[in-house]
Design a protein around this ligand. Structure first.
Ligand SMILES: NC(=O)c1ccc[n+]([C@@H]2O[C@H](COP(=O)([O-])OP(=O)(O)OC[C@H]3O[C@@H](n4cnc5c(N)ncnc54)[C@H](OP(=O)(O)O)[C@@H]3O)[C@@H](O)[C@H]2O)c1
Length: 260
């Protein structure tokens, strides 16, 4: 496990479950930052209760749509870490506005892009000094999530190759219809992953997109096929196995490579 990890959008859903499983794992990170936008609100109660029992879990306030918030939190994290770097950043915070052409508006598309595409870039940028520090300190050759990695939570809905034009359904999603915003922003995020993988490679930092499966969360809904516990268990196994050959790839929670 990495020495220091940060998960965005940790108040509920997959983000909270990532914190839970990382926090109580056999070799938990010494510093596990759980970022959420309203730590003082009732929406973060479960996270706060969990953090009370695990002294390595530090809740930090971060609204990923707000550059000042990102920067302030990055500085706060750097202060806590001192000479240690940040080994693992999971850009998990995300939103989901469904709807076809009838329902879509420029405002919806812009908002979705801000949170799901621009924010992961800006969070990575703000934490880059810490990620680089972790890569340098590790002394490890090659690439791994213990050394330094950025994981972008994507979706199979981004896959143009798997999208079924006949019925507008992305593979394995029985309920999703055509949704220009939903599919397009994830495809854009995947391109971000590719660009980061290339740009960060010389610094020894790995970057990959991960599809968590269709998961029963507020976003995934009750009809989803996976419980968040099994999705996150799978994701953490995949992260533990990442190596140089996975840099810039699009993987699912079982470690299977997905087509772009
Ligand atoms: N569930 C699925 O089936 C599925 C499938 C494919 C991909 N994904 C991706 O997996 C990630 C997690 O999804 P989920 O199912 O856990 O979603 P979720 O239950 O809706 O939780 C979303 C999380 O993101 C946070 N968030 C949203 N906007 C934010 C912002 N501006 N700043 C900070 N945090 C923000 C939310 O915080 P608040 O509590 O403050 O709102 C919440 O913690 C997302 O990126 C999603 O697109 C999920």
């Amino acid at each position: 496990m990495p020495i220091a990890a940060l998960v965005t959008g940790a108040s509920r859903g997959l983000g909270l479950e990532l914190i839970r499983q990382l926090g109580r794992g056999e070799r938990p990170p010494r510093y596990l930052f759980a970022a959420c936008r309203e730590p003082e609100g009732t929406g973060a109660t479960e996270l706060k209760n969990f953090a009370k029992c695990f002294s390595n879990v530090k809740i930090v306030k971060m609204d990923v749509d707000d550059l000042n918030s990102i920067q302030e939190t990055a500085e706060q994290i750097q202060k806590v870490l001192k000479d240690n770097g940040l080994n693992l950043l999971i850009n998990n915070a995300g939103i989901n506005f469904g709807g076809d052409l009838n329902g879509i508006t420029p405002e919806i598309m812009m908002k979705t892009y801000t949170t799901n595409v621009i924010a992961p870039v800006m969070v990575t940028k703000a934490l880059l000094p810490s990620l680089m520090q972790a890569a340098q300190l590790s002394g490890e050759h090659g690439f791994s999530s213990e050394k330094a990695a950025v994981i972008n939570m994507s979706s199979i809905m981004a896959s143009m190759e798997m999208f079924n034009i006949q019925n507008g359904k992305a593979y394995s999603y029985s309920q999703q219809g055509q949704c220009p915003s939903l599919h397009a922003h994830r495809a854009a995020l995947n391109m971000v992953t590719k660009c980061l993988a290339s740009e960060l490679k010389p610094h020894g930092i790995l970057c990959a997109s991960v599809h968590p499966g269709w998961v029963k969360t507020d976003m995934g809904g009750e009809k989803a096929s996976l419980f968040k516990e099994e999705s996150v268990e799978g994701i953490l196994k995949v992260l533990a196995r990442l190596s140089e050959q996975d840099n810039g790839l699009f993987l699912d929670w079982r470690g299977q490579r997905l087509p772009w």
